[in-house]
Design a protein around this ligand. Structure first.
Ligand code: SF4
Ligand code: SF4
Length: 383
């Protein structure tokens, strides 16, 4: 079951009321008492202002804290940002004061535990932040955003942040083609589901202001989807979100894999929708990431040399670049390089097209080159 609630701005009283209704609908209060531990998982991809629609909005966090803290004080909040430390990132995103004023603990992200998927496709073990797992209720607060690699990111993909900092980009090297990465994300999600077999996962996806185009960070554009979507099933939320913003479900391969594996319900006709019907959002249309491919195209790109021949690569806009070097730091195969005082450049053609560089760039200075002619011809029918 998924609850869709129409909401057009970040008014704390309205949002607190909507999330209270959502907690009641999904019996979340019944699972809580003063002895229970709650972890609130933010989407903290990087240090971006809340108006950009990239990170969890402070008002959503405030509303959740207002409702949970009177029941239990055992609450920890946080995420593992891609590259920067958490505290400056929380400050830039406008979340730090909300957390401090509520007097709750912030995630100590370097303390790991290992979670296991007993029936993985590729990977069975994942080192993740211990505090995110050692809780009775994990409340996931993703944004509804497009994503250059995975087409969209919402509830399920937000759990990639269980993995600490640069270890995340290492996963892009291990699972370097998009399909393999989708399987690895689902291996991780399956391990999380096993860890929470007798505990509760709850997801509140914020699309009041989401992100369209070259997401999931500064390359995308903030866009109103005017909704909050909640559920205990991340797969259903993501399936409903792609429908609500009128993007192409056929390209949401992470969700299709999850549905095929039985990790949740991805068939829109089988998902019970409560609250506002999808027809209330007929006017919401998000722009897809440029040149996104469907499942056939993605299967075609399994091999690195094929991707190199057919796909666009990162380019630097020197009018926007401030030479901070974050793109080079995160690049998992070290093909993005920077020398002191110079602009970054691609050293060779071993780029795996993970788009981590664009994700961490604070200036939106990394863009996709034009797709090579061969790629345009061959991939035309596979979009
Ligand atoms: S250059 Fe960018 S897209 Fe290419 S491998 Fe490095 S981080 Fe990934
Ligand atoms: S492209 Fe972006 S991340 Fe890379 S050095 Fe320039 S501003 Fe920094």
């Amino acid at each position: 079951m998924v609850l869709i609630q129409k909401c057009e701005d970040y008014n704390i009283d309205v949002i607190r009321d909507l999330i209270d209704q959502s907690f009641k609908e999904f019996n979340i209060y019944d699972k809580l008492d003063s002895s229970k531990k709650v972890f609130i998982k933010l989407n903290l991809v990087g240090p971006f202002e809340k108006e950009k629609g990239i990170t969890t909005h402070p008002v959503i966090l405030q509303a959740v804290l207002d409702l949970i803290l009177p029941i239990t004080k055992n609450v920890i909040v946080g995420d593992n940002p891609a590259i920067r430390d958490q505290i400056p990132t929380l400050k830039k995103c406008g979340l730090y004061d909300t957390i401090k004023n509520a007097n709750v603990e912030i995630l100590e992200g370097t303390d790991f535990t290992t979670i296991t998927n007993s029936n993985p496709k590729i990977y069975s073990k994942f080192e993740v932040s211990r505090q995110m797992i050692d809780c009775d209720l994990l409340i996931n607060l993703p944004k509804i955003k497009t994503h250059s690699l995975t087409y969209m990111t919402c509830a399920e993909k937000n759990f990639f942040g269980l993995i600490y900092g640069l270890n995340k980009s290492a996963w892009h090297t291990k699972a370097s083609n998009p399909l393999e990465f989708g399987e690895a994300l689902n291996d991780l999600y399956g391990a999380l589901l096993e860890s929470f077999k007798n505990k509760t996962l709850f997801h509140i996806a914020d699309g009041i202001i989401g992100l369209e185009g070259e997401g999931p960070s500064s390359g995308g554009k903030a866009k109103h989807a005017n909704c909050i979507i909640s559920s205990t099933d991340a797969v259903s939320i993501d399936r409903v979100a792609v429908e609500l913003v009128h993007l192409d479900y056929e390209k949401l391969y992470v969700n299709k894999i999850a549905n095929d594996r039985g990790y949740g319900e991805g068939d829109i006709n089988k998902i019970e929708i409560k609250g506002n019907p999808l027809s209330d959002f007929d006017d919401i249309h998000f722009l897809a990431p440029k040149d996104s491919l469907g499942s056939t195209g993605i299967k075609f790109l399994r091999h690195k040399f094929v991707r190199n021949m057919l796909l666009e690569h990162p380019q630097i806009d020197i009018n926007k670049c401030i030479k901070c070097g974050q793109c080079a730091t995160i690049c998992p195969v070290k093909t993005m390089q920077i020398e002191k005082g110079k602009y970054p450049h691609l050293k060779s053609n071993i780029c795996i097209r993970c788009w981590c560089c664009a994700e961490v760039c604070p200036q939106s200075a990394i863009y996709k080159s034009k797709r090579p002619l061969l790629g345009r011809i061959i991939l035309k029918s596979k979009n």
